[in-house]
Design a binder for this molecule. Structure first.
Ligand code: MG
Ligand code: MG
Length: 260
């Protein structure tokens, strides 16, 4: 089912997006060398509760996972890229951390992910990797608007990733979002322009390009959730929730003070 919000519902979606963005920005600011992934999970849990939100992850139990996720945020380090389960690990200088968070507030969900380097080290390969997913996300958003098709967004995202030299895995991608976290339509991270569902005002989408250096193959950790690069190479992931409006697309999960 594809859910279309009424104009009266949009402010609630904005509030959910602002909450997710604020929590991610706060967590990034608090994260330093030595921060434990379990602390980040606890901080996320506290901020969600304080805001009156509901975690979309704690009870999430899709067919590809092993039972309910049981945590409030995904924390993926270095070669881990998707569904990173928080565990007892203290971050080191130069680690590439991805935080992925989805929260429901007043009945509407927002979903966003950021990748960043911990500490002072700035390994060039990792900087380029993160920048490519951010550019791909921006290109996908730029292609979105009323009348555009899902394939236009997929093509825009995939073109940036391919031109940056990264293989693209199509097993996991973006999605519709609204009263639940994952809905139709699926938004592949590569595709053909002019194909697929035609976007309408009131549609919410989570766009989420992610890549792994030199491979498109994933392996699953023993925890049954965390997905890693099969070769151990570094990975990055950028995600925003957007609303299709009458004249374009509005980013709902933009961090306070950030520009699109
Ligand atoms: Mg997400
Ligand atoms: Mg998502």
């Amino acid at each position: 089912m594809i859910e279309i919000l009424t104009p009266a519902e949009l402010p609630r979606a904005r509030a959910a997006g602002a909450l997710v963005a604020t929590i991610l920005q706060t967590l990034q600011g608090r994260t330093a060398v030595g921060t434990n992934l379990l602390e980040i999970d606890r901080w996320a849990s506290e901020m969600i509760a304080e805001a009156g939100g509901v975690s979309c992850y704690v009870d999430y139990a899709p067919s590809f996972g092993r039972g309910p996720f049981g945590h409030y945020i995904c924390t993926a380090v270095n070669d881990a890229v998707l569904h990173g389960m928080p565990h007892d690990y203290a971050l080191r200088d130069g680690d590439l951390l991805t935080l992925d968070l989805a929260v429901s507030l007043d009945g509407l969900a927002a979903d966003s992910a950021i990748s960043f380097l911990v500490g002072a080290s700035r390994p060039a390969e990792s900087v380029a990797l993160i920048a490519a997913t951010e550019r791909a996300l921006a290109a996908g958003i730029a292609a979105a608007g009323p009348g555009a098709r899902i394939g236009d967004l997929s093509y825009a995202i995939g073109t940036v990733l391919s031109e940056a030299g990264y293989p693209i895995n199509l097993e996991f991608g973006g999605h519709g979002i609204g009263s639940t976290m994952h809905q139709d339509p699926h938004v592949s991270n590569d595709g053909r322009p002019g194909r697929g569902y035609r976007l309408r005002p009131g549609l919410l989408l989570a766009l989420e390009p992610w890549v792994m250096i030199g491979t498109d193959r994933l392996v699953t950790d023993a925890d049954g959730w965390t997905l890693r690069s099969a070769t151990g190479s570094r990975t990055a992931h950028s995600e925003h929730t957007i609303a299709i409006t009458e004249d374009g697309a509005e980013i709902l999960t933009l961090a306070p003070g950030a520009s699109a």
